[in-house]
Design a protein around this ligand. Structure first.
Ligand code: HSE
Length: 430
């Protein structure tokens, strides 16, 4: 029987889920894997008043050093989230020769390069399955299942809270605020939900995926980001009537040495498999060579979903033994890759103008778009009312962001255009 002692740091939603999971599956794990996991020490600033179920003989402490200095602890599970002091804790753990599991996307996205190097030097394992997609095995699929493939593109729905909000807005007419309150009640959202809805959580996860697929650590600040707060019911309704579905997509594409990396609300055909990924489900749709398209989906947020990823890391650690750390901790970094600026990227756009309902207005707008080289694929006026403003929806052909922005600034200044035009990128996925 292999016996593994754990030092658990962080007893929030995910930490308590890990305790629950290990306690509920104790005999299953023992019998199936011939392994016994014991949470030897639990460290948190807010400790439970007494040992709860699953923490029977666990030592409770507020001092992280009690975990790091204990030679009997084989592996540290860091579940406090955020960059600091999580980074300092993980660095100290690796320096003490302890293996580490973390679910911390901000940590791996910002400091993965340094931590992987350190893990390699110390001959330690550093696992992070739950950092992207919670328990849905996106990281293991990329780093093990299809590790020999070349990756051409990734389209990810990798924030459960945003996907939940957009789904509730579409299906139940909820506002962003109403749906966010629901997500918080259900424990999907971050303690600071701004990071979910402003797209930063997806940026962190995309940075991790870019490293694992294209082999390059990129600065999270180089990833273009737009959140979902400006998405309105009106646009969801208009898009739905045009056969489109809205998702917060994390997109990475590689062509030769150029990569595109961006996170923004995106309209996709409602017939694409990603359009049917709703609620807190996450999904990644990857184009790989030679395997082709791969779609992986599952619950991407929530207590037990995240705990599931941590437990899979634990069991992988126990079965791998001390000598063969994850291959991705040992990748050589790709060189010469350049990130395209958002201005250089060409996409199609959905645009909504709120205009006075008078003859000739459409020709003025399309004239300005035409002068900027922007082709129109379809135009729909959603209502007729000569006494008020009406929405006009245009779907453009491929255009650069730069030209679109210049054209929209001009159009916004027309007296007949009554509010700032709304532009949402569209993506054809393959
Ligand atoms: N807050 C995250 C989400 C879950 O909503 O997807 C953990 O990564």
């Amino acid at each position: 029987m292999t016996k593994i002692n754990i030092g658990l740091i962080g007893y929030g939603t995910v930490g308590s889920g890990v305790v629950k999971f290990l306690s509920n599956r104790k005999s299953f794990i023992k019998n199936k894997f011939n392994t016994e996991f014991t949470i030897r020490t639990l460290c948190d600033l807010k400790l439970p008043k007494k040992n709860t179920r699953g923490l029977g003989r666990t030592r409770l402490t507020k001092k992280v050093q009690d975990v790091l200095d204990d030679p009997k602890i084989d592996i540290v599970i860091e579940l406090i989230g955020g960059l600091h002091p999580a980074k300092e804790i993980v660095v100290k753990a690796l320096n003490q020769g302890k293996h580490v599991i973390t679910a911390n996307k901000a940590l791996i996205a910002n400091s993965g390069k340094e931590l992987f190097r350190m893990a390699k030097k110390q001959n330690c394992h550093l696992y992070f399955e739950s950092s992207v997609g919670a328990g849905t095995p996106i990281i293991k699929t990329i780093t093990e299942g299809i590790v020999g493939n070349k990756f051409n593109s990734i389209y990810g729905i990798i924030n459960g809270t945003c996907n939940f909000i957009l789904s509730e807005m579409t299906q139940r007419n909820y506002s962003v605020a109403q749906a966010l309150t629901e997500a918080q009640k259900k424990g999907f959202a971050e303690s600071n939900p701004t990071l979910d809805i402003n797209g930063m959580d997806s940026v962190h996860k995309l940075a991790i995926l870019v490293y694992l697929t294209f082999g390059k650590f990129i600065d999270v600040n180089d990833i273009y980001r737009e959140g979902i707060t400006h998405i309105s019911h009106d646009d969801i309704e208009h898009a739905t009537s045009l056969g489109l579905s809205i998702k917060l997509l994390a997109i990475a594409k590689k062509e030769d040495k150029n990569i595109e990396v961006r996170v923004h609300p995106t309209l996709i055909s409602k017939n694409h498999p990603l359009a049917s990924i709703n609620s807190i489900y996450n999904a990644v749709y990857m184009n790989t060579d030679p395997l082709g398209s791969v779609l992986l989906s599952g619950e991407g947020a929530g207590q037990m979903a995240a705990a599931s990823g941590v437990i899979s890391d634990l069991i992988n650690f126990a079965s791998r033994g001390n000598n063969s750390a994850l291959p991705c901790n040992r990748y050589s970094e790709a060189s010469g890759l350049k990130i395209k600026k958002i201005d250089q990227i060409k996409t199609k756009f959905y645009i909504r103008f709120m205009v006075t309902d008078k003859p000739g207005i459409l020709s003025v707008i399309t004239g300005i778009l035409g002068k900027h080289g922007i082709g129109i694929n379809s135009v729909t006026q959603k209502a007729h009312n000569p006494t008020s403003t009406v929405p006009v929806i245009m779907l453009t052909d491929y255009t650069s962001e730069k030209m679109l922005r210049l054209a929209l600034n001009k159009i916004h200044k027309l007296p007949v255009v009554k509010s700032k035009p709304v532009a949402i990128r569209m993506e054809k996925l393959w």
